[in-house]
Design a protein around this ligand. Structure first.
Ligand code: AMP
Length: 560
């Protein structure tokens, strides 16, 4: 079976297609969301998800989160002294999702449709594929997150042509996409976004507000205190959905500090962030040639769109209520599962043709000649512009810039900068041209880009008709079977915990953290039940273990 996976910055989840439509696959702890967090201990045990997050306050040096932000970069994370790249950490999350899906579905899962932010460039997309390959998953297709969301919404009840704006505010990234459903063709018209804006920024605003009220600064807090404050702020932020004010308390140097924060105070502290949100909305609409009022439906996805501050802001901006009939946390995974079903050509799924846009500009390096005769080299000339619907093919004619020039070199670049050196180099071609005065000879450079990230570059000398071509594959960096085996081998020391051990370990960690955070009677009570639970585990009496487990769980739930 091909499953759909939303590999998120904060949370990841998997879904599969059933006769009744797409459904989320619960993880080994029975939850739909698996936090995208990885922890490795000195013995090489790997903890993924909630357990990894619980370890953060006790062993901050052993945990990595939000590593999706560094996908495709050389950044390394050090966990208990071992080095990992973002795609390796992501592969561990994918491995757990795959194992949980296999356990739930009762069959082997080897293929997946995985979602990526529309804004991910080629390098980041390749890194995502690599992560999947290391996890033993073949990527059937990468689908951009907003497309997946529109697929999840668009397939079932849309009969008329519709213009969607998909507003995706996740933990660490923000994407806006404008899509159009027209005669069964779902076309992405434009994408825009900010790779460094998300729900975490809204948490940080609350942390800052709280510290301000307590007359404290972040630098006065120890690392553990900072983690604890973040946890408190995260909880408080989520409870703003149903409350006009929240009480935040936190243990600072053995003293409980408490403050009440009203929604009004929080809203005005968020103004700067809300302003930042407006920009990509405007940019995507103007790239698509639309006005705010042309949007038929606003779809919200990403956990941070549950924030009332964000929802109210959007209602004011669009003067309409967004569509939230699907859970914003789950929409992308559901859409990916629908896409997986389309790939499998399942009868239940109405075939919808998905088009995509090129989310970055493809171009070449040129020399620019100004009116005063001066030259400037190293400039970037766009050939296929950002947000062009793909497949697309464009040609640009480039002229020689020196007398008796013998060759024209075409460097293939990707990016938005005016300067070639700031853009990503993808490859190059050289074309021989007949000698002559500058500006006489020319080459036609044609770029053809398709939906599978295949870029074909053809350079033709205009006077001789000679041409040369180069194909730059999206999968060019795909690892060979040998490389994947090697990397899997290297990572095989990592042991992922079986389900029952994981559940107990999670409970332990939570209790240990709560013990550290509390004082007096509360602390004694936790200690008592934690010690009893430990003893029961050692004795191995199943009934006793279950009873104490339930007791300890209820105490922790009560305290928190
Ligand atoms: P995602 O990356 O889509 O999983 O989104 C994660 C972000 O959503 C985090 O910053 C969470 O704090 C935020 N989030 C999740 N649930 C809520 C909620 N009920 N209210 C506000 N923010 C939420």
């Amino acid at each position: 079976m091909v499953i759909g996976i939303d590999l998120g910055t904060t949370n990841s989840l998997a879904a599969y297609f059933t006769e009744d439509g797409p459904k989320i696959i619960p993880n080994r702890l029975g939850k739909n969301l698996t936090p995208s967090a990885v922890s490795v201990d000195p013995e090489g045990n790997v903890y993924v998800g909630e357990t990894a997050i619980e370890r953060q306050s006790l062993y901050p040096d052993s945990v990595a989160r939000t590593f999706k932000r560094s996908m495709g970069t050389d950044r390394e994370y050090v966990l208990s002294g071992r080095h990992f790249r973002s795609e390796e950490l992501s592969s561990m999350v994918l491995r757990v999702l795959k194992e949980d899906a296999e356990h739930f579905l009762g069959e082997e899962v080897t293929e997946a449709v995985i979602s990526v932010p529309a804004y991910f460039d080629d390098k980041r997309r390749k890194a995502t594929k690599k992560a999947a390959e290391i996890a033993g998953l073949k990527v059937e297709r990468l689908i951009s997150e907003p497309t997946a969301a529109a697929v999840a919404y668009g397939l079932y009840d849309k009969t008329k042509d519709t213009r969607f704006l998909v507003f995706d505010l996740g933990g660490g990234t923000f994407d806006v996409s404008v899509l159009e459903l027209y005669h069964n063709i779902l076309e992405v018209r434009a994408v825009a976004g900010d790779n460094y804006l998300g729900g975490e920024d809204f948490t940080r605003v609350l942390e800052k507000l709280f510290l301000q009220k307590c007359k404290l600064t972040m630098s006065e807090l120890s690392e553990k205190e900072q983690v604890r404050l973040n946890r408190q702020a995260e909880k408080a932020k989520c409870s703003f959905s149903d409350n006009a004010s929240v009480k935040m308390s936190f243990l600072y140097r053995d003293q409980t500090v408490e403050q009440e924060i009203t929604l009004k105070e929080y809203e005005s502290a968020c103004e700067e962030l809300l302003d930042k949100i407006k920009e990509p909305v405007k940019k995507s609409l103007s790239d698509a040639g639309l006005k705010l009022s042309d949007v038929d439906e606003v779809i919200l996805i990403g956990g941070a769109t549950k924030l009332s501050v964000v929802r109210d802001f959007l209602i004011r901006l669009f003067r309409k209520f967004p569509d939230t009939s699907l859970n914003p946390d789950e929409t992308v995974a559901l859409g990916a599962a629908v896409q997986a079903a389309m790939k499998e050509r399942r009868e239940e799924v109405k075939e919808i043709i998905l088009t995509d846009v090129c989310s970055f500009t493809l171009g070449t390096e040129v020399v620019v000649e100004y009116e005063d005769g001066k030259f400037e080299d190293g400039r970037f000339c766009p050939i296929i512009e950002r947000n062009t619907v793909i497949p697309a093919s464009h040609t640009e004619r480039l002229y020689t810039v020196r007398d008796n020039q013998e060759k024209v070199r075409v460097r293939v670049l990707q990016g938005e900068s005016r300067f070639a050196k700031n853009n990503l180099f993808l490859g190059e071609l050289e074309m021989v041209v007949p000698k002559g005065p500058k500006g006489k000879e020319a080459v036609d450079v044609t770029y053809t880009y398709d939906i599978n990230s295949l870029l074909e570059v053809v350079v033709t000398a205009v006077s001789t008709g000679f041409s040369q071509s180069l194909i730059i594959k999206g999968e060019e960096n795909q690892m060979t079977d040998e490389e994947i085996r090697e990397r899997m081998q290297e990572l095989s020391f990592l042991k992922i915990q079986p389900k029952d051990i994981e559940e107990n370990r999670l409970l332990f960690l939570r209790a240990e953290r709560k013990y550290e955070e509390s004082l007096g009677e509360e602390r004694k009570r936790i200690d008592y039940y934690l010690t009893s639970f430990e003893a029961a585990l050692e004795r191995g009496d199943k009934d006793e273990i279950e009873e104490l487990r339930a007791k300890l769980l209820s105490i922790l739930d009560e305290e928190e």
